[in-house]
Design a protein around this ligand. Structure first.
Ligand code: GLP
Length: 251
């Protein structure tokens, strides 16, 4: 079936902290409109400021997350949730542990599952039963979303993937304990991401500019997996000026 192409909403902010403000406000609005909202959450260095602001909003009594259900995008294979380089640890450190999220409503991938393929199936089925009200995404320098690396199909579902050398190198800088980025991960697929009711993509810095340009300007194609977001009718890109630097005057 041919997909309809949609033009995303694009916000270009002068300073990267304004990206954090805008994204955290959008998330808070969703939760204040639906107390038991389903949120799809991302990791990486980009959302840290967003999570800082969500924690502050909770401390200030502006929002409660106690009924919210969360679903993370991806996880490294081989790492238990207690490992400082796991995405589960990241989420507790940056968000869950600083707010009132209910542990029983937090959905994370078990990176240390003995059978990663079975874990991908379990998580994918759980994810597919929900429809996220809001999916928060970052974007890789090579255009990946979640860990859907170049070559990933729009129809892709939750699965075990091998990481590109460039992704492993880019993520090296975020490691706390490991010397090298793991070789494989479990990620929800692009088709899973596209199930969300609305999607926010945040990107900061010049290293993301080319991936952002391809995702927004090129026809959807698997060399830039984020370009498949054009198939979704409600995508809001929140960019700092550097990440938007190759979009031209039209944006
Ligand atoms: C990570 C995650 C993605 C993230 C991307 C960018 O590896 N799997 O969800 O969006 O790479 O990360 P960063 O924000 O650190 O640039």
């Amino acid at each position: 079936m041919p997909h309809t192409l949609h033009d995303p909403r694009i916000s270009i902010l002068a300073r990267n902290i304004e990206v954090d403000d805008l994204a955290s406000q959008a998330i808070t609005d969703v939760v204040n409109a639906r107390a038991d909202a389903r949120l799809g959450l991302a990791t990486g260095s980009t959302p840290i400021g967003v999570y800082d602001r969500l924690a502050a909003a909770w401390r200030d009594g502006k929002v409660s997350f106690s009924q919210v259900h969360t679903f993370n995008l991806d996880e490294y294979c081989g790492l238990p949730s207690t490992h400082p380089d796991s995405f589960a640890f990241y989420m507790w450190h940056h968000l869950f542990g600083r707010t009132d999220f209910d542990p029983g409503k937090i959905n994370l991938i078990a990176g240390d599952a003995a059978d990663p393929t079975a874990e991908a199936r379990r998580y994918g089925e759980r994810f597919a039963r929900q429809k996220c009200d809001l999916q928060l995404l970052g974007i890789g320098e090579n255009g990946h979303i979640g860990f859907n690396e170049p070559g990933s199909p729009a129809e892709g579902r939750t699965r075990v993937v091998r990481l590109e050398p460039s992704t492993r190198a880019a993520n090296q800088k975020t490691l706390r304990v490991l010397k090298e980025t793991p070789e494989s991960a479990i990620t929800i697929g692009i088709a899973d991401i596209l199930q969300a009711k609305s999607i926010i993509v945040i990107a900061k810095g010049p290293a993301k500019a080319e991936a952002v340009r391809k995702a927004i300007k090129d026809r959807p194609n698997s060399t830039c997996p984020a370009s498949f977001l054009r198939y979704h009718p409600d995508v809001h890109w929140m960019l700092d000026a550097d990440a938007a630097g190759l979009l031209g005057a039209q944006a």
